[in-house]
Design a protein around this ligand. Structure first.
Ligand SMILES: [Zn+2]
Length: 291
């Protein structure tokens, strides 16, 4: 990955339009190798945990704990030229990316559908055995079939199987049922993006009350002030481009972004030097700041 980054950088091509494609073809491909086999286990790391006290699924936060997503995160961080990202949600949204789990889930469920269709094939017979084993343990085991089915159950896409019928009938039903991947991915994406539909983001950034829980004020400013990212529309010289990105991500050295222990409403602009103007992304020349 670092070789790809430095090569692109030397050629002046480490820009989102090109770099993100390189990530998908060169790096994501490695991080997804054989995912059809090991993926269900990693997907359950997100799916199979209780919601938090506010009823959030917290899929995004959990995805960030994954070490492979950590690599993806590092790549995006390099692309934005930021050392520390104030809010990872901003970083992923800015580049229109989702944690690797989305890609993994697509491949795993496509594989399931492929096995469903492979009738009269040895793979299909093994698949049936997997389902039988899973049903016998009510999907509590650690076999492949159990893990996939448990994932479906967590996402609320458990196939409609007659519960009162005998085992063989249920196995037959499940083994011939294709997963509706589009509907499933929609659910997964909605839950990953749950914070972006939070009503707290509808308040104005300067009226945002911090109550110590995520999502934070950075998301609020990003939503209200930054506008949609347009990385493909025109060419901007590299230096200005990275400055712009850092500004958009709230990683710019403004008083509002300095965690100095002062309350946010006291992070005043040093140029205006009065206690009315907090220096945030809106209080900069040529917008509000007169300095
Ligand atoms: Zn000012």
């Amino acid at each position: 990955m670092y070789a790809v980054i430095s090569k692109l950088r030397r050629k002046g091509l480490f820009i989102p339009r090109i770099a993100l494609r390189c990530f998908d073809s060169q790096i994501r491909a490695i991080l997804s190798y054989g995912v059809q086999v090991w993926g269900p286990h990693f997907l359950l790391q997100l799916l199979d945990r209780p919601r938090d006290t506010q009823g959030r699924y917290c899929y995004f936060d959990r995805a960030m704990e994954d070490r492979m997503v950590g690599i993806q995160h590092t790549f995006l961080r390099s692309l934005a030229s930021v050392g520390r990202v104030p809010d990872n949600r901003l970083l992923f949204r800015e580049f229109g990316q989702q944690p690797l789990h989305i890609h993994w889930a697509t491949l795993v469920y496509r594989f399931w559908n492929k096995l469903v269709k492979a009738k009269n094939n040895i793979c299909h017979n093994i698949f049936r055995e997997e389902i039988r084993m899973a049903l016998l343990s009510d999907c509590t085991g650690s076999s492949w079939g159990s893990l996939v089915l448990r994932g479906l159950r967590c996402l609320g896409h458990w196939p409609d199987v007659p519960v009162d019928r005998e085992l063989e009938v249920r196995v037959n039903v499940l083994a011939s049922k294709e997963i509706n991947i589009d509907a499933l991915m929609l659910t997964l994406k909605e839950r990953l993006d749950e914070d972006w539909v939070n009503p707290r983001l509808h308040v104005q950034p300067r009226e945002f009350v911090s109550d110590g829980t995520k999502p934070g004020v950075k998301m609020c400013r990003y939503t209200h002030w930054m506008g949609l990212p347009q990385h493909t529309t025109s060419y901007i010289p590299m230096v200005e481009y990275t400055s712009l990105l850092r500004f958009r991500l709230g990683a710019w050295a403004l008083e509002a972004n300095r965690p100095t222990g002062r309350p946010r409403e006291q992070r005043w602009c040093r140029v205006c030097n009065n206690s009315n103007s907090v220096e945030d992304e809106y209080h900069v020349p040529p917008m509000e700041c007169v300095g």
